[in-house]
Design a protein around this ligand. Sequence first.
Ligand code: EPU
Length: 356
Amino acid sequence: MLVEKNVPLQPYNTFRIVAKAQTMVRIADEADVLAVLADPAYGAEPKFVLGGGSNIVLTGDVKPVVLKVEVKGRRLVGETAKAFIVEAGAGEVWHDFVAWTLEQGYPGLENMALIPGTVGASPVQNVGAYGVELQDRFESLDAIDLQTGKTFTLNAAQCAFGYRDSVFKHGGTVQRGVHQTMGLKDRALILRVRFALPKAWKPVLGYADIEKKMAEHACAAPTAQQIFDWVCAVRRAKLPDPAVIGNVGSFFKNPTVTPEQCADIIARDPKVVHYHLADGAIKLAAGWLIDSCGWKGKSVGQAGVYEKQALVLVNRGAGTDGNGATGGEVMTLAKAIQTSVYERFGIVLEPEPVVV
Ligand code: EPU
């Protein structure tokens, strides 16, 4: 087992925040996890699982033992009457995996092209874009318990997926020795994820940005490859490329409100962007709320609000020279945004990334 000490984490988080891991071990398979657990110095220490670093804000050096997931591999593992079952190692780059599934003739993930991060991180926050969420294509995953070293498999129901949410974002609660709620935060390391990609593929359309592309190309029945290309073009036009400008995608979740709350906001701000959900609730566009409070282009230190999408916070100074926004600056900016949105709309914005 190779233990690395004082490892700079700037290359391993897409915000490009400067911080160090006091201790880091690279995980290529189950055996590497078992070696850490059996180690007299590190076995019982707290652990932190690091995937592609695309959904974390580092606010200081990381003291728990960092397990950097580098499990590789992608293959067809089976098929049912309705779907191809395709598996990928948690350390595979998400976008490369999506591109590979299309090349292999297994469409279904194209709406989620270019989402930053790794395959293993994708179920943690149930990633989604342009009308498709990970849970719509999920079959099962293998994970390893960081306390017992046992490998286990979870299906979709066991992952408790919600909007940008899953069992992996919550800690379990125990009262008088009895588990009250299930939670796997800091407890499980995802090794492999399996997807069920539909044999009777149909394009998922209906999103304004995709409809616009269809009109531009006078195309009523796009192929999966066309949707993939359009999603890439739309994202490149309005979202910053983490390889160039540090960011973690949307910084806040889109809040859900009751029809009464929404009517109240519409009475004051008729232009508020909102979507009706199947259960009667209404989702508001957090980007619009932040934008209308005048935040686009504003900064705190080197942390800023992206000029083309107010829902995305960016690192304006991130270079390879150790400069750039601190996690403290990012969180100060985030809190100031939350306060102004709350004062104007009475809505509490919930951050999407995990603050470390
Ligand atoms: N808007 C503004 N001003 C802004 C930003 C947005 O007025 O500064 C308006 C837009 O004009 C649009 C609406 O708000 O009418 C929604 O914007 P957009 O279509 O860009 O989508 P979003 O709701 O901001 C969500 C996801 C994205 C995903 C897109 C497309 C969340 C938190 N974000 O963004 O996911 O790519 O929809 O499906 O749900 C991510 O999670 O990191 C992410 C990028």
